[in-house]
Design a binder for this molecule. Structure first.
Ligand code: PHE
Length: 447
């Protein structure tokens, strides 16, 4: 067997893990779900879940990955041999597969928009025109499938090359630029006439809007944006040398993530209210609002093009991690097998994703529980599979790993206060499992 791959630098790992975390979850999904759930209260719940469940779980996944230095299934087998715990890894692979099948739909939308900007098709339109152009693009089966396919091919090509070369180098340049462009966007949005209403919407909690459903969605969203619960972070941290500090990495990734969610909210909601749009437009929200804000800037379409490129990049770095976790298990460090499996799994994901793509066109009228195929996939993955995976990972780390070994693993690279460590352990052992179970039971009406 080949030697386990490693990141070439600490920054490489942080950027790749942050690249996995920061993606459509923060930029596309957060604004639309917050918009549907009343804004401020959802945002607050999201932050609380991120701090008290998401971050501890991220650290839990890091501990598993770096302790074992193995892939998503072998890790569990190594730590708890002859048990069924490796099913947590299998569940993570299935979840990642399903996730990427609809994630790539949105990735495709970015590709389509980018094409339209580059070819000048969006110049001099009004805000309602943007919504129309966008609506007709995503409802066209040929175009929407083509762009989804392009997104998947890009993902496959990078994962086929292997993590170091493919993922690490690209992340180094593009992430910082994405932050800068986002800040520019926020400055424009919050200085629009009527922006205040949007800022209030995001930052002033209105708890009358909170239902058990809202709480579940905020929890699911916090796992989704941090990429926890599906063993992706187990896989990424298995490539990390022992000399690096895991808590430091977790905090910086968590911090960046909250920051980008805040930026996304501050870019979108002021503009939604200033332009008289509806905050609960659903998955299309971002795509209708963004061009409208950009059109208010000098050289707006140039900036919009740059933004889309970086947005596409953020979505791709997340997509890589979803495919990587599956391919790393199947190829077991063999470069030739890696190539083969990247293509096979990648194309299978595309095929499974087609009904999600067509949910915005041909299949728009086929609904179950009042939701389209796309919405059901998103719901099942974000609000059922992510919480279940997270629950199992918390139980695994708190019950199957030795406390003293965990402390040592987390102390590599920088000393960790015992009190902080104990708090983390209690969160994992009691708080996270209980909270996840209560929130899920509450939604199905058992309690
Ligand atoms: N965190 C990613 C995002 O917000 C999604 C993701 C989840 C990626 C799980 C990998 C694993 O877009």
């Amino acid at each position: 067997m080949k030697q386990q791959e490693q990141w070439t630098s600490k920054l490489g790992f942080i950027l790749a893990a942050a690249g996995s975390a920061i993606g459509l979850g923060a930029i596309w999904k957060f604004p639309y779900i917050a918009g549907q759930n009343g804004g401020g209260a959802f945002f607050l719940l999201f932050i609380l879940f991120t701090l008290f469940l998401g971050l501890p779980l991220l650290l839990a996944e890091f501990s598993i990955g770096r302790t074992s230095q193995k892939d998503a299934i072998a890790s569990y087998k190594e730590i708890a041999p002859r048990t069924k715990w490796h099913w947590v890894g299998i569940l993570g692979m299935i979840t990642s597969f399903l996730l990427l099948s609809f994630y790539s739909v949105i990735g495709g939308w970015i590709v389509a928009y980018l094409y339209k900007v580059i070819t000048g098709q969006l110049n001099d339109l009004s805000s309602t025109d943007y919504a129309d152009v966008f609506g007709s693009t995503i409802s066209n089966p040929g175009i929407s499938l083509l762009v989804q396919f392009i997104f998947m091919i890009l993902t496959i090509l990078v994962v086929a090359r292997g993590v170091q070369k493919g993922i690490e180098q690209a992340s180094k340049i593009m992430m910082p630029v994405l932050f800068l462009l986002f800040i520019l966007l926020v400055i424009r949005a919050v200085t629009l006439d009527g922006a205040m209403e949007g800022i209030t919407f995001l930052l002033q909690p209105d708890f009358s809007k909170v239902t058990s459903q809202t709480v579940l969605e905020a929890m699911g969203q916090s796992f989704f944006t941090l990429s926890v619960g599906v063993s992706v972070m187990v896989t990424y941290s298995s490539y990390l040398p022992k000399s690096e500090s895991l808590p430091r990495a977790a905090f910086s990734i968590g911090g960046m993530n909250i920051f980008i969610v805040l930026l996304a909210g501050l870019a979108i909601f002021p503009a939604v209210f200033a332009f008289g749009l509806e905050p609960d437009a659903g998955p299309v929200l971002l795509f209708q609002v963004l061009p409208t804000i950009f059109s208010q800037l000098p050289f707006g379409m140039v900036f919009f093009g740059a933004f889309l490129l970086l947005f596409l990049f953020a979505a791709l770095t997340s997509a890589f991690s979803m495919l990587e976790i599956i391919v790393s298990v199947l190829s077991k460090g063999d470069a030739r097998k890696r190539k083969k499996w990247a293509w096979i799994i990648g194309l299978a994901i595309f095929i499974v994703g087609t009904p999600s793509t067509l949910s915005y066109g041909l299949l728009a009228d086929y609904t179950l529980f009042g939701r389209t195929f796309f919405d059901n996939m998103d719901y099942a993955v974000s609000n059922v599979l992510f919480p279940i995976g997270s629950l199992l990972i918390a139980l695994f780390v708190a019950n199957k790993m030795k406390k003293s070994a965990l402390y040592e693993e987390l102390s590599h690279g920088s000393s960790l206060k015992k009190g902080l460590f104990n708090m983390w352990f209690i969160l994992l052992r009691y708080v996270a499992p209980l909270l996840i179970i209560i929130v899920m039971l509450d939604v199905i009406g058992v309690i």
